[in-house]
Design a protein around this ligand. Structure first.
Ligand SMILES: O=c1ccn([C@@H]2O[C@H](COP(=O)(O)OP(=O)(O)O[C@H]3O[C@@H](CO)[C@H](O)[C@H]3O)[C@@H](O)[C@H]2O)c(=O)[nH]1
Ligand SMILES: [Mn+2]
Length: 378
């Protein structure tokens, strides 16, 4: 039984930050018992549970949590033919939760991620740290060698340009993992017993122009910042929420798996760099308890392991036009580039490019501009 940080006795967070502005999205094919350990930190928040696999299976949600739950039948009913862009039998299904949420922030966590302990033995409130990361600016344009300059007890070091010290808005907070690290299958196979015990007390902005491997198991983001496609119509600036945190089409009947979060991270980073938004990685840690089967993972990842040698240069060289001033325009441009430049690698990328567009259309359907305006997003 996993008990990395006994949280029994810790009072449920009395004044949770962003309580009504944040949803927690959990993809699951298992059970949600892990929420017992998270109760002091997560209970005040609304959960969006995306049940993958067999929709007839009953998923029990621990008492006291406020939630909505969607299975595959719900996804098909709500999206109709557009449900084709939501993965089945892959954790990528979680992005349906981002689409149905109406909140500004999202925290997504896997059901085998538990509360970690920091070196002092204190339980880590991962959500609180993600919120701090998101509410603090990022510094993608110039690296601060003392890491997060906005943190208590730190600052910009000598030589850091004052003109850049305001930083930029933070769109993504990428947390890390004690115990089972998010290794690819080959690494898992050669190092089956490796456990991550190193707790690095740092948060860093990923520099502009640098891609990173985004893992979806402990991730938070500003759904508006990387969503709003600001369209100026008759002087009314309408924030049309179009989400780029699309976890690519993987799993059932797809030639690749376990690259959904990676795909989203590469798209997000190119768009954040283009629009001047920040992406952070580091704290908070969670305690990742389950090592998925490396042989099953190898089968899923196999094509991705050599395709990524072409995909990464594609994203590194992706140049969005200066006319692309909204996230939606950036995303559409990116999907066209995928179709043009990656379909020669495999016809799958043609399908993925189409799925990126379907995702936007589905998003528009669930988040119509009027609703967005009514939600005060105008
Ligand atoms: O078909 C599926 C498989 C799993 N899930 C849910 O998704 C998460 C992650 O699953 P799991 O912990 O089994 O897999 P890991 O290898 O540890 O996950 C890492 O790889 C990424 C997947 O690409 C994932 O984000 C990383 O954490 C759990 O909640 C499962 O219940 C699913 O919904 N459908
Ligand atoms: Mn896991």
């Amino acid at each position: 039984m996993v008990d990395p940080a006994n949280t029994v006795g810790i009072p449920v967070n009395p004044t949770p930050l962003l309580k009504d502005e944040l949803d927690i999205v959990i993809p699951t094919i298992r059970n949600l018992d892990f929420l017992e350990m998270w109760r002091p930190f997560l209970q005040p928040y609304h959960l969006i549970i995306v049940q993958d696999g067999d929709p007839t299976k009953k998923i029990h949600v621990p008492e006291g949590y406020d939630y909505e739950l969607y299975n595959r039948n719900d996804i098909n009913r709500i999206l109709g033919p557009k449900a084709s862009c939501i993965s089945f039998k892959d954790s990528a299904c979680r992005c349906f939760g981002y689409m149905v949420s109406k909140k500004k922030y999202i925290f997504t966590i896997d059901d085998d991620c538990f509360v970690a302990k920091d070196p002092s033995g204190k339980a880590v409130n991962a959500l609180e740290q993600h919120i701090k990361n998101l509410l603090c600016p990022s510094t993608p344009l110039f690296f601060n060698t003392l890491y997060d300059p906005y943190r208590e007890g730190a600052d910009f070091v000598r030589g850091y340009p004052f003109s850049l010290r305001e930083g930029v808005s933070t769109a993504v907070s990428h947390g890390l993992w004690l115990n089972i690290p998010d290794y690819d299958a080959p690494t898992q196979l050669v190092k089956p017993k490796e456990r991550n015990t190193r707790y690095v007390d740092a948060v860093m902005t990923i520099p502009k122009g640098t891609l990173f491997p985004m893992c979806g198991m402990n991730l938070a983001f500003d759904r508006d910042l990387i969503g709003p496609a600001i369209i100026v119509q008759s002087n009314l600036s309408l924030s049309l929420n179009v989400h780029t945190m699309y976890f690519g089409l993987m799993g059932d009947s797809q030639p690749i798996g376990r690259y959904d979060d990676m795909w989203a991270g590469w798209c997000i980073k190119v768009i954040c760099d283009h629009l001047g938004l920040g992406v952070k990685t580091g704290l908070p840690y969670i305690y990742h308890s389950k090592a998925s089967n490396p042989f099953v993972n190898l089968k899923k990842e196999y094509k991705g392991i050599f395709w990524q040698e072409e995909i990464i240069p594609f994203f590194q060289n992706a140049k969005l036009s200066k006319e692309a001033t909204t996230v939606q325009q950036c995303y559409i441009e990116l999907s066209k580039m995928v179709k043009e430049k990656l379909s020669s690698l495999d016809p799958y990328f043609d399908k993925l490019a189409d799925a990126m567009v379907t995702w936007i259309e589905a998003w528009d359907e669930l988040n119509p501009p009027a609703a967005a305006a009514a939600n005060g997003k105008a």
